[in-house]
Design a protein around this ligand. Sequence first.
Ligand SMILES: Cc1cc2nc3c(=O)[nH]c(=O)nc-3n(C[C@H](O)[C@H](O)[C@H](O)COP(=O)(O)OP(=O)(O)OC[C@H]3O[C@@H](n4cnc5c(N)ncnc54)[C@H](O)[C@@H]3O)c2cc1C
Length: 348
Amino acid sequence: MTRHAGVLVFAELSAGELDDAGKGILAEGRRLATTLGTSWAAGCFAAAGGAAQEAFRRAGVPDLVEIDGPPGLADLPEAQAEALVDAARALGAKVILLAHTDQGASLAPVMAARLSAAIFTEAVSYGRDFAGLTLRRQALGAQVVEQRIWTDAARDASCGEGAVTPLVLTMSRRALSAVVPPGTPRGEARRTSRTARVDATGEGARVTERIPPDPQTVDVAEAQVIFTAGKGCDRGTFEAMCELARLVGASVGVTRPVYDLGWTGFERMIGQTGKTVVPRLYFAWGISGSMHHVGGITESRRIVCMNLDPKAAIFPSADEGFVADVREVLPRVLAHVHAAVDSREVKR
Ligand SMILES: Cc1cc2nc3c(=O)[nH]c(=O)nc-3n(C[C@H](O)[C@H](O)[C@H](O)COP(=O)(O)OP(=O)(O)OC[C@H]3O[C@@H](n4cnc5c(N)ncnc54)[C@H](O)[C@@H]3O)c2cc1C
């Protein structure tokens, strides 16, 4: 029997497992349900693997709806959205919560249209007060915070369908943490299966190919590994860093003084005025570590830096630091990587 849940969280699985965004949105689902004073459930496509089941248990997911369908379901976003809408209706969910990943960003508007719901995307925080649920996101290149209020937060879903305008909410990836908050009750989720109704012959969009992002062109805000050049790099060192980044599959960033030299476009400048980044690895080459720059990199999972000055402000912000001359080290690292790449080509 399907139970009631005020919040339905979509847990995105990749090869049956949850990534950090998936774990983060589960933690957020629990927090949102507590904020709204309601129950919650998670929904996912395909059978969740062992590690995902453990993540659901650690996140204290009370109810898990596993949506089954033909193998082609993964390529039919509209059918996926329809299946999630069906699950939300069956649960009586007022809010559908998703991580703002590629999949979350494509499902959210379709679901909102099907449910005649309010939609708010890339939220970075929220809170409840007498007016409703206040949702916040960054706007105008993170210069301002935009705020909207979902006033139906105070109304109960038991008022009946139509009485409450549902909300489809996506959370910005940078607002999500895979860390399970202490005190979260753990336990096996009650598992329910649903079968997606799929019209494989329908007119809807179909994914025909998935192209991995090119680190050289991807938005630095989405990049996984970033090499950033500061004023400590001269032109030759900067070019060596760009070549090294190309060879190892990293994206290129710059500080403001380097942008001012005209070596890259504004879209590669990182920091308070530039982009905020959330990579797995951030390598700062010849960067002093001013607050205007560091403010944009603090959410990086690992920060490594190299600077001639052992007292440079970047060191306390870094997980690992090297006191060294980037103009000497970078060309040597590049030569080593070139040699390694060349020998691999020869073996092939
Ligand atoms: C309102 C405002 C907004 C700003 N927004 C941004 C922003 O978004 N992004 C941003 O980056 N800046 C921003 N800035 C500028 C910021 O305050 C700093 O001036 C800037 O980040 C410094 O860049 P840098 O570290 O490359 O240069 P520097 O501060 O000049 O540091 C260069 C560093 O390189 C080291 N170095 C020199 N030679 C070598 C070598 N051969 N090998 C190794 N290390 C070496 C030096 O020891 C030094 O620490 C902003 C400033 C203001 C006022």
